[in-house]
Design a protein around this ligand. Structure first.
Ligand code: ADP
Ligand code: DP6
Length: 329
């Protein structure tokens, strides 16, 4: 019997990953850049044992159905191939983040699974190779191997597509991200399906690809200069562009809800009143507000005039993946 456990934190992209050039290997169309956060994470245990006759997947104490188990099983098969192992596995995972609600559960979930497998089967992967493995489960998961600011280099092949931390002189410790939880239920269109439809059909998608490299360059300069306004303006603009592409997909769709627009407008108005803050959004209606740590409490106070305090969660920069011997049964 081989056991391992890992905890991985979610990450929120400031320059979004939106579109694949290789669906099978999960190679992205563009580089992306994220901030790993301490507030939301996944803990996953895995046991490989001779006594198992199939893979099993338990999430938050509930045995998952065939479709969800098959996704995990596909990833386990990749691991078995790499580690030269023929044993089935039992995966027990707990999401300290709402699942499939646009709050990056796929990033923390698949990174934790990769880390737990690496530990259980003593694969001894380097962080780079663990990032490559996590990428095969879910693209954004490759960034959750590392803490702080992280860039995913799109690469041209399985070997060259992986994430790396960005030197930042710990500036991320001075930042915060306030999550406005608008809906924590599973969304209708997954990130995977949403980006696929967009790449295949959106006439706005070429515009996204035309400008994303410049956004990336500028945001990296802002990080080096510790320029919060630059960081926020580019992140907000990049998120809006990503969401813009969905409107021209066929059929068109959006992840926004009326409350998302209320939240975005509030962020603009808090900013115009003198408290610097910027929003970003992923494949879901929830809005994330990027601000400086010193202003987080004052911004939450403003947001509380419209949103319940239970809808507001403040997160700070988080660490990279952590692994443990043994497993939760
Ligand atoms: P999100 O915005 O939460 O990342 P996605 O639609 O991108 O939503 O991904 C959700 C999918 O990620 C789930 O349907 C499931 O396949 C996978 N996932 C989420 N949490 C876990 C976990 N703890 N272990 C394994 N897979 C997970
Ligand atoms: C909008 O990593 O969940 O959050 O690779 O298909 O599993 P798959 O997609 P996923 O997509 C994340 C998309 C995003 C932007 C981002 O995190 O960069």
């Amino acid at each position: 019997m081989y056991e391992g456990k890992a905890r991985a934190y979610t990450n929120i992209a400031l320059i979004k990953y939106w579109g694949k050039k290789d669906e099978e290997l999960i190679l992205p169309m563009n580089n992306s850049l994220s901030l790993t956060l301490d507030g939301f994470y996944t803990e996953t245990s895995v046991i490989f044992a001779e006594e198992f006759s199939q893979d099993e997947f338990f999430l938050d104490g509930i045995k998952q159905n065939a479709a969800a188990t098959q996704k995990v099983s596909r990833f386990l098969s990749l691991v078995r191939q790499q580690a030269d192992c023929s044993l089935y596995a039992k995966v027990t995972s707990k999401n300290f983040v709402p699942t499939a609600a646009g709050l990056a559960s796929s990033a923390s979930g698949l990174a934790a699974l990769a880390g737990a497998c690496n530990e259980a089967l003593q694969m001894n992967l380097s962080e780079k190779d663990l990032s490559r493995l996590a990428r095969r489960g879910s693209g954004s998961a490759c960034r959750s191997i590392f803490g702080g600011f992280v860039e995913w280099e799109k690469g041209i092949s399985d070997a060259t597509s992986f994430a790396q931390p960005i030197a930042s002189d710990h500036w991320e410790d001075e930042l915060a991200m306030i999550f406005i939880l608008i809906n924590d239920q599973q969304k209708d269109i997954s990130s995977r399906d949403g980006m696929k439809r967009t790449v295949a059909t959106s006439s706005f998608y070429p515009g996204w690809l035309d400008s994303v490299d410049e956004d990336l360059q500028k945001i990296k300069e802002a990080i080096q200069k510790k320029d919060f306004q630059g960081l926020g303006e580019i992140a907000e603009g990049n998120a809006l562009k990503m969401h813009g592409t969905t409107l021209a997909a066929v059929p068109p769709f959006t992840y926004w809800s009326p409350q998302s627009l209320t939240a975005m407008n509030m962020v603009r108005s808090i900013r115009n009143d003198g408290l610097p803050c910027y929003f970003t959004m992923d494949a879901g209606p929830n809005v994330k507000v990027l601000c400086e740590r010193k202003n987080a409490a004052a911004i939450v106070e403003q947001l509380q005039t419209v949103f319940d305090s239970g809808q507001l969660v403040t997160a700070y920069a988080g660490p990279g993946i952590q692994t443990f011997k043994g497993a939760d049964k």
